[in-house]
Design a protein around this ligand. Structure first.
Ligand SMILES: [Mn+2]
Length: 377
């Protein structure tokens, strides 16, 4: 139910993972400096800059891991957004990755006297933006029961007086992102699409994909072996005439993680083969040799490490390959639930309901919980 009468342009950066131990913040920032740049006409004309979760990889320690550089990068982006009237929306992602650290962007904004339109969202809610678009926000692990999250989204849309929202920023996984034989808890793609008029931007799974209105850019940078596909972000133009443009823009600065299959080769030929393949790769690229246990790969790796210390060497033996490369998972276990206030509340209320206590006692306990809840937040 948009009230705007012009095209809407969106750039969406998913799963940035600042603070990743292998793909460092400086590599990620190098890509962003090119992709979010005021000399780029698409950026200058942007309506929204979206971050649908996992801006951070892990809980960081203040004096380390690039915090000053990350703050400077936030500031650089906010200066562009302020100058060109770009609205910024940052969603909380997986609790064990983000730890509410994306809030940092709010303090950067405050310090610079940011006068533009910026929001950090860590609750399930619907917003009508100052530009007149409705956006539904779904942080990761909002409820332990996925169906409950969906029902709450339905309710939030209804309370906002809408039948559908224009956009959704979402962090979580969908059925179509896994092979059917994998029995993992997933959100229903069709059910969620039906809530959205234009597009749902989803973080969490690090492989880019598109199914109908669900756009998954995957991680912005390359974070591990087995992800040799292009990394990048989505640029979407939602046109009044309905002839939308969706473009995946590759991050040309993405860290190289290269797996070289050397199975069946002799030690001598492996060395020459690898040398021919790594020529010209950037310093700190990650290179992994894939082969059999009988190929003396550890010896080859030692020789390569000694001669090419500027690269990060690893080995994977054929039989120990764990998963198909078509799906790259987040580094957390799929069905793990982090203890958050929401998850805890679900568990407490369920336990109360099942306690066998009288309804009056249960109501009293719920009231006590409600009254003291702010002390945990
Ligand atoms: Mn992630």
């Amino acid at each position: 139910m948009s009230t705007t009468n012009s095209d809407t342009t969106i750039a969406s950066f998913h799963d940035v993972h600042f603070g990743h131990p292998n793909t460092r913040y400086d590599n990620i920032i190098r890509g962003m400096e090119k992709d979010i740049c005021a000399t780029d006409p698409f950026i200058r004309n942007l309506t929204y800059l979206f971050y649908p979760g996992d801006v951070f990889d892990r809980l960081l320690i203040l004096p380390e891991q690039g915090i000053p550089a990350i703050r400077r990068e936030f500031r650089r982006q906010l200066e562009i957004c302020q100058a060109y009237g770009i609205s910024v929306r940052v969603l909380e992602g997986t609790p064990s990755h983000d730890w509410h650290q994306s809030k940092l962007i709010l303090s950067v904004a405050e310090e610079m006297g940011f006068t533009g339109d910026l929001k950090y969202i860590d609750t399930l809610c619907v917003e009508i933006t100052p530009k007149g678009h409705s956006i539904l926000y779904i942080p990761d692990e909002w409820r332990t029961d996925l169906q409950q999250t969906y029902l709450e989204a339905l309710e939030a849309i209804k309370v906002a007086g809408l039948e559908q929202v224009d956009y959704c920023l979402f962090h979580g996984q969908f059925t179509h992102q896994f092979p059917p034989e994998w029995q993992v808890g997933c959100h229903d793609a069709d059910a969620w699409q039906s809530l959205v008029k234009h597009y749902l931007f989803a973080g969490h799974i690090h492989t880019p994909s598109r199914k109908g209105k669900i756009l998954v850019a995957g991680s912005y940078d390359r974070l591990r072996h087995g992800e040799e596909h292009p990394k990048g972000h989505y640029r979407v133009t939602v046109k009044i005439d309905g002839d939308d443009i969706i473009e995946f823009v590759e991050n040309k600065e993405a860290k190289i993680y290269l797996t070289l299959d050397v199975s069946g080769q002799s030690v001598e030929s492996i060395y020459g083969y690898v040398e021919s393949k790594i020529h010209g790769l950037p310093v700190n690229s990650f290179i992994r040799l894939s082969g059999n246990r009988d190929q003396s790969l550890r010896m080859v790796k030692k020789a390569l490490s000694d001669n090419y210390p500027e690269y990060r060497w690893d080995i994977i033996f054929e039989k120990t390959k764990k998963q198909p490369r078509t799906v790259s998972l987040d580094s957390t276990l799929i069905q793990k639930t982090t203890v958050t206030l929401g998850a805890l509340e679900d568990a407490i209320l369920l336990r109360l309901e099942q306690s066998g206590l009288s309804p009056q006692v249960i109501d009293h306990a719920k009231q006590l919980y409600k009254d003291s809840k702010h002390e945990f937040a």
